[in-house]
Design a protein around this ligand. Structure first.
Ligand code: TRP
Length: 345
């Protein structure tokens, strides 16, 4: 298991996670760092996996590409092993309870408390206050709503989300204290950094959708020929020895990490296998390995995208499942807060 140990409890624990649809394709870093782990966890946990599209509009976005990106990411998740039969898989904007609970949480969150969120501070400093929206300010409370609506026990995310999870825990405890026991206080399950994937052209920066050179990332929907080319033109380091040394050999180390994750061999096994051989050998083998890996993934994604009506049906079923959980939580929240009951339809 790739998450830090958490206290066991009776019964199956619920995990919840998601990633914003802000690119035209997932890249290899998304797969290795997140999707692969979620897919693996759905058999051991009651998994809730969703696409936070409401979060995607908190910064500048293009309304003509959002729906396409959401469908593409959904298809890629399914192709990568997220099984809508095994888990609850849906799109955030299809479940209105997220926005409703977020509002309630906004009303118990301090202005100062929200102002201390480092991601908000970084992004708003970059954009300037006139382009910074209230939506961006409320990003963390919407994320808290995502988690608390489903009474999630564990939230597997990267280190960069730790502060948002702490806020979520604080809000859950605050609500429970003030209005009565309502929410499960989730445990952060911070994904270990061991399989962090770096930019192929700039191997000290994380592989990302906003890297300087498009050649730095492996997009899972790219033509496999391009994938092979990107591996072969990856930046390597001085010297000739193939060994893992993130500090002095970040380029080769990154290739070894990718190789290890995709092949299932340990880095030590790979080092032994490539002892005395050249960087070029490693690259050719890794390029072939990755082509074999991405080709079926891409084919399955394109198959799913060829039938958008069926994909939308899958997502609609996921949203129904999600609403049956989220609706129950929201009813309790509204009741505890003293709202006049809604008339049943
Ligand atoms: N903020 C998360 C990220 O950028 C995405 C996200 C939104 C999320 N809501 C969530 C992750 C709830 C886990 C749980 O990666």
């Amino acid at each position: 298991m790739t998450i830090t140990e958490t206290e066991g409890s009776a019964g199956v624990q619920r995990i919840l996670s998601g990633a914003k649809p802000t690119a035209d394709s997932l890249h290899l870093g998304n797969y290795i760092g997140a999707v692969r782990n979620w897919a693996e966890m759905q058999s051991r946990y009651d998994a809730v996996i969703f696409i936070p599209d409401l979060h995607a509009v908190t910064v500048d976005f293009d309304p003509t590409t959002l729906a396409h990106r959401t469908r593409t990411v959904a298809a890629q998740y399914i192709a990568a092993g997220i099984d809508p039969e095994k888990c609850t898989f849906f799109v955030q904007s299809h479940v209105p309870e997220h926005a409703e609970l977020a509002w309630a949480l906004n009303c118990i969150t301090g202005f100062g408390e929200a102002s201390r969120m480092t991601q908000f501070k970084d992004k708003s400093a970059k954009q300037g206050s006139d382009s910074t929206t209230l939506g961006l300010f409320a990003y963390p409370t919407l994320m808290a709503a995502d988690i608390l609506l489903y009474q999630a026990d564990l939230v597997p995310v990267g280190e960069d989300q730790r502060q948002h999870l702490e806020l979520t825990r604080n809000l859950a405890q605050r609500f429970n204290t003030r209005f009565g026991e309502t929410f499960t206080v989730p445990e952060p399950a911070i994904l270990r950094e061991t399989a962090k994937i770096y930019d192929l052209q700039n191997p000290t920066a994380k592989m990302s959708k906003t890297g300087e050179s498009p050649n730095g990332a492996i997009q899972l929907l790219d033509d496999p020929k391009i994938t092979a080319k990107r591996i072969k033109s990856a930046v390597t380091d001085d010297g000739t020895e193939i060994r893992f040394d993130a500090e002095n050999k970040p380029g080769v180390s990154n290739l070894l990490t990718i190789y290890s994750v995709i092949s299932g061999k340990t880095v030590a096994e790979l080092e032994a296998e490539y002892a005395g051989r050249m960087y070029g050998h490693l690259k050719v083998d890794l390029a072939n390995l990755l082509v074999d890996f991405v080709t079926p993934l891409r084919e399955r994604t394109n198959e799913l995208l060829a039938d958008p009506a069926e994909l939308d049906r899958l997502l609609a079923r996921g949203a129904d499942k999600a609403r049956s959980i989220a609706g129950t939580t929201l009813d309790t929240v509204y009741d505890r807060m003293g709202f006049l009951p809604r008339r049943q339809a």
